[in-house]
Write a protein that binds this ligand. Sequence first.
Ligand code: ADP
Ligand code: MG
Length: 251
Amino acid sequence: MILEVNNLSVSFGGVRALDLSHFRLEEKELRVVIGPNGAGKSTFMDILCGRTKPRTGEILFDGKSLKGLTEVEIAELGIGRKFQKPSVFPGLTVFENMVLAAKMKKDVLSSLFFKMDTVFTDKIHLVAEKVGLSKALQQIAGSLSHGQKQWLEIAIVVLQDPRLLLIDEPAAGMSDRETEKTGELLLELAKMHSMIVIEHDMHFVRQIANKLISVLVNGKLLMEGSFSEVKNDQRVIDSYLGRANSQLEKL
Ligand code: ADP
Ligand code: MG
């Protein structure tokens, strides 16, 4: 088990944003988290990566408690976060953005200087290939399509070699084709990393959910199950899918 969470809670201005009794993730598992807006999904990721401090609860990452660790320390332990909002440097090329990401990794910095360039370059090309940006490496990041920017963001997180990847709404705003490519990319990455993916688009969820989906509502875990179990669960339909997704009828 790579992640074990117990009794995790946080409130903002008296409102309980997250109240998660338990959450478990196996090594190399790809977990999809769904739920209505304001359910606490992003807050959960904020807590896992150390951006938000929980009021109660414990998080064990590979058996080690994250209590008291800073965001940087948690990243160094191997939890990488891709945020909902893009954060690439638009004036730099794709390659330069990736160099910056790779350099942020401490053990790479401490490696031998004369080897650094080839190590970087090889790795950047490998990751660029993975996310489908090989041909765009010399392009200014600001000129990428929305989908390509999201893939660059994913590449930047992957370059940190995280054991656990946290990915918040990767397909938001993407075309159908881009969404499908993103799904393929995440399934590919799941061979190497444990992963939690937050997503709204149920077509996309069906594409990537190969094991469990966790449903968050009002900060609480409503249920966990396979795609068809979740899709047909009356509580999920009542609290989320029924009102949010007429698209589901087509699935
Ligand atoms: P989701 O990602 O599922 O849409 P969020 O985790 O963003 O939901 O939000 C959960 C609840 O917590 C919402 O009511 C939101 O307004 C609130 N919230 C999230 N982050 C903050 C914050 N930093 N300060 C105050 N309230 C917040
Ligand atoms: Mg969110």
